[in-house]
Design a protein around this ligand. Sequence first.
Ligand code: SF4
Ligand code: SF4
Length: 177
Amino acid sequence: MSNPKSRGFLSETAALAGAVIRAMRITAVNFIRKPITVHYPEKPRTYPDRYRGLLALTYDKETGEENCIGCRLCEFICPPAVIKVEMLKTEKRNYAKTFTLELYACEFCELCVQVCPTDAIVMTKSFDLSTGDRRALLLDKDRLHAIGLQHENSWATGNKLRDMQAPPKKVVTGGPA
Ligand code: SF4
Ligand code: SF4
């Protein structure tokens, strides 16, 4: 009959050896794997089309006019109430007289983009606005337009997002049975 003490020692040694082998196998696999570190910002990263980055205001590509009509829908929908818009009424159309966005409290929920009737507010494929000063993240109309010109816009716009949510068209059934 074998000694229970030596049986315990042998099973513990076997478990330990198994753990060491498993750990060494993981080390070996990672040793030959290519590094995945990206040397940002020297090497820019590619972001997905729907990336929710910095918010921006847009211009009409054909006329060069501001797309924002100052309707304040984005202000009303914004959950943390970080958008403030003042409307400027003119004969032909309305504009945003002032437009401010407190980016430091933004939740990046995209609701403002979703409700905008003129695709004036969008998200960009960039988060490149880090700062140690919170005041630098209070964006006014000019800075929001500048961000829109500087960075690539995400795919999502208000009209595209609303189209995606439209109820499916009615199925047309065949003629009389
Ligand atoms: S993304 Fe959401 S939280 Fe940020 S400004 Fe738009 S509605 Fe407000
Ligand atoms: S960004 Fe769009 S939703 Fe907001 S005020 Fe301008 S037009 Fe209206």
